[in-house]
Design a protein around this ligand. Structure first.
Ligand code: FES
Length: 96
């Protein structure tokens, strides 16, 4: 079944790309963009994305590797790289 009409990608190709990526790198995070790239194509209109994602989810090999699950909650309490609270110059000088 054709999933993406702009690029003529089928559900079989999507599942094959997922299987290939998972066998090449068991720890990879598989995204629609990586699948397009693996198939040598680029998304055009994006209208297929809901069906594309449903097809991806139906694959047995899509899951996030166990060692990469829960990273956000596992790293709670550590300093993140986000913006500091006192990012404005007046706040910085007041804090010093
Ligand atoms: S239908 Fe897939 S990009 Fe247009």
């Amino acid at each position: 079944m054709i999933v993406c009409h702009c690029t003529q990608i089928t559900d079989t190709e999507i599942r094959a790309a997922i299987d290939w990526m998972r066998s090449a790198d068991p720890e990879t995070i598989i995204t629609p963009g990586k699948i397009y790239h693996a198939l040598g194509k680029r998304a055009d209109c994006g209208g297929c994305m809901p069906l594309f994602l449903d097809t991806m989810r139906s694959s047995d090999n899509l899951g996030v590797p166990a060692n990469l699950r829960g990273l956000r909650t596992r790293n709670k309490g550590t300093v993140h790289e986000g913006r500091r609270k006192g990012y404005r110059i007046p706040e910085r000088s007041a804090a010093v």
